[in-house]
Design a protein. Structure first.
Length: 454
């Protein structure tokens, strides 16, 4: 069995792992795990245009751990290049993939027209890829081919996210996907896996420990109260899928318990509005507390003062409403979307605040703001930053170093090797050192393009 690291090695985004499994003297089954787009700046944009380092036509199966764009964003390109195998994922991930890929396709085609270039993929490629999806629920072991089996387990990262267990050639490989940051208002903690020969574990926060949940809610409450007192605007760039829904649950609780003053709250993201409808469709994937609340008739995503704005005119009208107010909009890394219009308008205002709750990839506008830049370019215009910049890592949907260590500690059978993936080099190396020092397991950070015989 050979494992190729074509993305997610020494970097957070653009995840792609290819497994080549021998099932006979002349037969090789090729399984691709995730097919994500690289996020960041110009360099990452150019890399996404490159041909795949493997033949898409020869890939037999594509496993999807979850539907964030850095894990699924190049699936239509894979189809465009000739992939016609089966795509395997969970039911919520299938629905969310349809949402995010159609949104991505529109953005990609618009950018391509502006640059007078061929788009990465078109609508027919999205439709073709979606038609190949077969869904499987958590917890049941399935036969893929002779002597190849797999199982999806709850990763707790977002709705439908999965840890993949794969058995082949007498070995077991576990792909963590992105592991959730428990506890969360909506989701279960990542499932405990106890046996593996090889593990690919995410390391986005392999060198950090988050604030606890109570502290993050207290910080959010204080920031809202301060912005309200200043008669400013609280801007929260948020991923349309998972982060927005989690923030809604937290805000719902704060409003319900009168812990924050009454002020208008806007979800200014058509994608987030549609994603929230999908979340409502799958309450059985929520944790016990959220499920109980829904059964008692509570709407987790609706409360006093909340406004969903899908239409462009409604979005523009937000700026005509006097502060104080809260605006939650995409994209989560300020790399595009409606948040840029609000940032351009309110970042020069010292009464206002930009609150970052997502991981920010190198090269993105959000990362530059977080690193302390005093000016930022938005729509080719220099925008001075005089608003307060705040961040809460506790809202991350990624497990921190402590949680990653705890999850890895569940493996009782001796593990042959652990690969720290989906993290920048510094965080991945920190996790590797922790694994070696405290678990006594062989571990490494793979290089992009590296191939390993398992």
């Amino acid at each position: 069995m050979k494992l190729h690291f074509y993305g997610g090695a020494g970097e957070v985004t653009g995840v792609k792992y290819l497994l080549e499994i021998k099932t006979g003297p002349r037969k090789i089954v090729r399984i691709l795990v995730d097919c994500g787009i690289l996020q960041g700046g110009k360099e990452e944009f150019e890399k996404n245009q490159n041909p795949f380092p493997f033949d898409a036509k020869k890939v037999d199966y594509l496993f999807i751990t979850h539907s964030h764009i850095d894990h699924v964003g190049l699936v239509p390109k894979l189809y465009k290049d000739g992939f016609r195998g089966k795509i395997l994922t969970t039911p919520p991930s299938r629905d969310l993939m349809e949402l995010v890929l159609n949104d991505s396709q529109q953005i990609i085609e618009k950018e391509a027209r502006g640059k007078n270039m061929e788009p990465l993929y078109r609508k027919e490629d999205v439709e073709g890829a979606l038609a190949l999806i077969r869904v499987k629920k958590y917890g049941k072991k399935h036969k893929l081919e002779d002597e190849i089996y797999y199982k999806f387990n709850d990763a707790g990262h977002m709705l439908g996210s999965a840890i993949i267990e794969l058995w082949a050639e007498g070995k077991k490989v576990v792909f963590s996907g992105d592991l959730g940051n428990a506890p969360t208002p909506l989701l279960n903690p990542p499932a405990k896996i106890t046996e593996a020969d090889y593990i690919l574990v995410e390391s986005t926060y392999g060198d950090k420990v988050h604030e606890n949940r109570d502290k993050r809610k207290e910080i959010l409450e204080n920031i809202i109260e301060e912005t309200y007192s200043n008669k400013g605007v609280l801007m929260i760039p948020a991923f349309a899928v998972e982060r927005t829904q989690e923030l809604l649950c937290e805000l719902n609780e704060l409003v319900k318990n009168n812990r924050i003053p009454q002020l208008p709250i806007f979800i200014d993201s058509p994608l987030a509005v549609r994603a929230t409808k999908i979340y409502k469709k799958y309450p059985e994937y929520f944790n016990k507390e959220a499920s109980k609340s829904i059964k008692e008739g509570h709407d987790l995503f609706k409360f006093s003062g909340l406004n969903y704005t899908e239409q462009v005119e409604d979005s523009k009208a937000i700026n005509r409403i006097m502060p104080p107010k809260i605006i939650i909009a995409g994209s989560g890394m300020s790399a595009g979307g409606r948040i840029l219009f609000h940032e351009k308008f309110y970042l020069p205002d010292p009464r206002s605040c930009l609150l970052i709750t997502n991981f920010q990839v190198r090269g993105t506008t959000g990362r530059k703001i977080l690193e302390g830049n005093k000016k930022i370019k938005i729509f080719d215009e220099e925008v001075p930053i005089q608003a307060k910049i705040a961040s809460i890592e506790g809202y991350s949907s990624h497990a921190d170093q402590k949680a990653l260590y705890k999850w890895l500690s569940n493996f009782s059978k001796p593990v042959k090797h652990i690969f720290a993936v989906q993290g920048e080099e510094k965080s991945a190396e920190a996790l590797v050192q922790l694994i070696k020092d405290h678990l006594g397991i062989s571990a490494s950070v793979p290089k992009s393009g590296e191939a390993v015989e398992l």
